[in-house]
Design a protein around this ligand. Structure first.
Ligand SMILES: [Mn+2]
Length: 343
């Protein structure tokens, strides 16, 4: 699978890279790594994001400024390879682009719910990150991994594993990180750039979200919310919330967290996290509202007025929780009925 992806990349002189909305470290890391590898191999490369602005903290990545917006995209010709990175579905990824006209497509991803929409699909749902998959493609095809590429790949692996602490972190993840360090990555500098690099306005957004936390359901669930006015008042753009929902998982006993963000047009987006011990997974919850992602990290829209979001969210979570308790009790009853020594 890795070799086929590598050969597909080699076969085209022109690449167009697509990444998903609300760029995160893995999307940006994989896009900039592939961009650099393409340039080094003499390819003509361009990269389109549905975002109009990328999170400033990632400016250290090479080709950070080479992304173009949706408005600048137009379908070119038959000799172009369209590469989708970190995109579970075409729609979720490049919303607004008409990709049906793209014939030559390559899908590189690690989402378990990837719909394998491309002509060539290189999807490993067990991989920590798209950057990890891309690293394995580069290795399979003996692509040179320069220090710049190594930094980009390390960025995606670091962010998608929460700094090597999530359950998607494996020996292979650490082995690859180790190889990237051998290729020139400084882990301490990278941690500073990624985790200790918030702007003051972004920090204030986090403070507001943290102050509004509500924990309920035997301490298992945490919800919070950021309103559109918060961004306005703090002078923050909307790119600085990566990792925020994870912060609520640091509360002792919390197994499931959801953070709602109100966009200027009134749309509410949920960022959802779960861990072992949660009665339902983040992915399962997000899918119930038409979203998706990973089992333990997912997202969706939540179609309620902003003033009702917190209470609706609590109600939706508690409803599912009570169903799960009820099912659990019924299981106990059935077990008892089947195995009772009195029968
Ligand atoms: Mn990812």
């Amino acid at each position: 699978m890795m070799m086929r992806a590598s050969e597909t990349l080699r076969a085209y002189d022109t690449w167009v890279i697509f990444t998903h909305r609300k760029s995160d470290g893995d999307a940006l890391g994989s896009a900039t790594a592939l961009f650099e590898a393409g340039v080094n191999a003499g390819k003509s490369v361009s990269w389109y994001s549905p975002d109009t602005k990328l999170p400033e903290g990632y400016r250290y990545l090479s080709h950070f400024d080479d992304f173009r917006t949706r408005e600048e995209f137009s379908f070119n010709d038959d000799d172009t390879l369209y590469v989708f990175l970190d995109c579970a579905t075409e729609v979720r990824s490049v919303s607004g682009y008409d990709t049906r006209v793209c014939v030559h497509t390559l899908n590189i991803d690690h989402h378990e719910d990837n719909t394998e929409y491309a002509r060539v699909n290189c999807v490993d749902g067990k991989a920590s990150s798209t950057c990890e998959v891309l690293y394995r493609i580069f290795k399979a095809g003996s692509w040179e991994i320069t220090p710049k590429i190594a930094e980009s790949l390390y960025t995606g692996i670091f962010t998608d594993t929460g700094g090597f602490i999530f359950s998607n972190t494996s020996k292979l993840t650490h082995d690859i990180a180790g190889e990237l360090i051998a290729l020139g990555v400084d882990p301490s500098i990278m941690a500073d750039r990624i985790s200790q690099n918030k702007s003051v306005p972004d920090f204030q957004i986090w403070a507001r979200a943290l102050s509004r936390v509500k924990v309920f359901g035997d301490g298992k669930f945490a919800v919070s919310m950021i309103y559109a006015d918060d961004f306005h008042e703090a002078g923050a753009d909307m790119t600085g919330t990566e990792g925020l929902s994870q912060m609520f998982m640091t509360i002792r006993g919390v197994k499931f967290a959801a953070v709602a963000t109100e966009y200027p047009d009134g749309t509410i987006r949920l960022s959802v996290r779960s861990r072992e011990g949660s009665p339902f997974g983040a992915g399962e919850f997000a899918r119930a509202f038409g979203g998706g992602g990973h089992e333990r990290a997912a997202g969706c829209t939540f179609d309620f007025p902003a003033v009702e979001v917190m209470s609706r969210l609590e109600a939706e979570i508690l409803r599912r929780y009570h169903v799960s308790i009820h099912v659990g009790e019924r299981r106990d009853v059935l077990y008892h009925e089947c195995y009772s020594p009195h029968q």
